[in-house]
Design a binder for this molecule. Structure first.
Ligand code: PBG
Length: 316
């Protein structure tokens, strides 16, 4: 009957320590470009990024994950591996200013390729798995050299975790963990992200390498493969409609499990709240706590900063 007793009987807590905040870093200075479909999320140049991070750096978040928005894109995504690339520069500056902050980097070609695909294409427009994996390993090493604390491959190519692990080890980054987007579905809920990252494929889709939403056994197999190849953290993505996969992985494996509340999940709450149809704070809390309840140790969410800054403080 009372708030105190309900608190006493609460099984799951949502704390900033569980949350990872995704951020989009772009070229230039003084750039703060709003993303229409993701209210509250911006493309930030490195200087602006540092400003935002300063606001929550000591609020106990698990970490941040960076996505790069480069000025130049080409067929093979080479700007993603450059020492002076936008993510590499951001990581270096962040680690200099906030050495304690865990800085993760997204490893994928789609933000860096002119065609928006997650890999290098053959003449017919299909992704070349092995050539792509080589480039991804290069990208992961360049993030590591810049000082990234965790690399997170989101491309869904076959055998990429193993290739990234060997490349990191060969370059001396034997202790650098890999968070694998292991169980990643070909989802309609990535729509707003592709606005933010300017990574909508110019033709076709991602069904050749991302999972069919109808499949769970295949997701389990992807997770097993990534773990065997050396993944340290396994991720399920999207989160809301895939909580069965979060629970399955939590019960099956001993490594930390992450869930990604993707752009579309965030934008739907934002849009409905803007219409006055739902209570944003409660809806955000409920969605995030349900991911924790399903077994996610870590949740990647565009609400992470709001939780850290005490803007989502709902208690049942
Ligand atoms: C691919 C990547 C995507 C997201 C994270 N990494 C998009 C995709 O696969 O098309 C989506 C994240 C979101 O929707 O919030 N690099």
């Amino acid at each position: 009957m009372t708030a105190g007793l309900r608190r006493l009987a609460t099984e799951t807590v949502l704390s900033p320590a569980n949350l990872i905040y995704p951020m989009f870093v772009c070229e230039g200075t003084g750039v703060r470009r709003a993303i229409a479909s993701m209210p509250g999320v911006f493309n930030l140049s490195v200087d602006e990024l540092l400003r935002d991070v300063a606001e929550f750096a000591n609020k106990g978040l698990a970490g941040i994950i960076l996505f790069g928005i480069p000025d130049t894109k080409d067929e093979t995504g080479s700007s993603g591996c450059a020492e002076s690339g936008v993510v590499q520069r951001a990581v270096r500056e962040l680690k200099r200013e906030f050495p304690e902050l865990v800085v993760m980097t997204d490893v994928c070609l789609c933000e860096y390729t002119s065609h928006g695909h997650c890999g290098i294409l053959d003449a017919g427009g299909s992704i070349l798995n092995d050539e792509t994996v080589e480039r991804l390993a290069q990208m992961a090493v360049s993030h590591a050299e810049a000082g990234a604390d965790v690399v997170a491959p989101s491309d869904m190519m076959d055998m990429r975790v193993g290739a990234i692990r060997s490349a990191l080890d060969m370059e001396g980054f034997v202790n650098l963990p890999i968070m694998s987007y292991a169980v990643k579905y070909a989802s309609a809920f990535y729509g707003p992200f592709r606005d933010a990252a300017q990574s909508t494929p110019s033709h076709g889709d991602r069904k050749s390498h991302q999972l069919n939403p109808a499949n769970w056994r295949e997701g389990l197999r992807e997770a097993e493969a990534d773990l065997a190849e050396g993944a340290d953290i396994l991720m399920v993505k999207p989160a809301s409609h895939y909580l069965d996969m979060v629970r399955l992985l939590r019960d099956e494996f001993d490594v930390p499990i992450a869930a990604y509340q993707v752009s579309g999940e965030y934008s739907m709450i934002k849009a409905a709240a803007a219409q006055g149809w739902i209570d944003e704070e409660r809806a955000a809390w409920e969605s995030l706590v349900s991911m924790r309840r399903a077994g996610a140790d870590l949740v990647l969410t565009y609400y992470a900063r709001d939780v850290a800054l005490g803007r989502i403080k709902y208690r049942f």
